[in-house]
Ligand binder design. Sequence first.
Ligand SMILES: C[S@@+](CC[C@H](N)C(=O)[O-])C[C@H]1O[C@@H](n2cnc3c(N)ncnc32)[C@H](O)[C@@H]1O
Length: 296
Amino acid sequence: MTAAEVTTGPARPSVDASLDEARKPALREYEDFANLTFQLPALNRLLDLVGISPEQDMVDLGCGTGMVTRALLDRRGVGASGRIYAVDPEPAMLEKASKSLEQGASAAVNWVVGRAEDLDRLVPPVDRVLFCNAIHLVEEKTRGLQAIFESLKPQGRLAFNSAYTKDHRPPESEYFYVAWMRQALRALRQDHPDVQRDPSAPRPLAGTDLMSRDEYLDLARQTGFRVVADEVAQVDMPLESWVDISAYSRFVRSVLPGVPLEWAAEALQEGARRAFRRLGLTSVPRNWFQVVLERP
Ligand SMILES: C[S@@+](CC[C@H](N)C(=O)[O-])C[C@H]1O[C@@H](n2cnc3c(N)ncnc32)[C@H](O)[C@@H]1O
């Protein structure tokens, strides 16, 4: 199936380059766009593509702080007959997600600690699995997709998306990446003149460790899935999201290998601000790969 281009609306015009210290995100093992609204059109599109209805049993896999769980509850209603499972390997994430909901809504969700790779042992067969902004974090992708396949009823569907693939940079965004990295290196040298990058240090999100769109689709077919939809949503990402990515430790280690994480993150955050300011940007586009797969 060929990829369709979906544009998710105009960029928010509000960003100038003046995020204050209080809003600086702390270093994390994942990026957290969940409090940013720029990605909601892409999420809503994915939910339209997979098809959501109140009687379905479903899983929000890698639920994080609960953005997708909230969207599912909004669509189905809290009193829907289908069961909803929110699954994440980090208990702290489940707690945050649960606390972000009204008590009645939280009680309507089954909160489950676990990984994609074990999903078939964690939940009974379900109609839908939503796996948003997390598949690139799965270390055993073959096992992960197999476990999701096994956890679906026949004609059950998996919807996933990712902004971390080999194809996530639209060509017209390259100039931003060049400016961002140049400004980040300048900021790093200003604050820490003696620090050196170590090219031999691990780079977990460098291009070679990411999967391409075609690789994901091939793996899905090998697992037994039928590809129902395969789109690239071009999402306009505001400065806040680049500052957020700059606090994502895997990304930070990949871009500035061997540099102490806090220093590297601060330099990347400052680099993003300076690049936006110098280039007069309000947003930068990024490709979000959105897929719906069905178990025959
Ligand atoms: C960037 S957050 C996405 C959260 C949420 N789905 C969203 O879109 O806002 C990624 C989440 O994936 C979880 N995660 C990491 N490895 C995972 C795995 N192997 N299986 C399932 N979830 C995983 C992390 O704990 C984190 O909560």
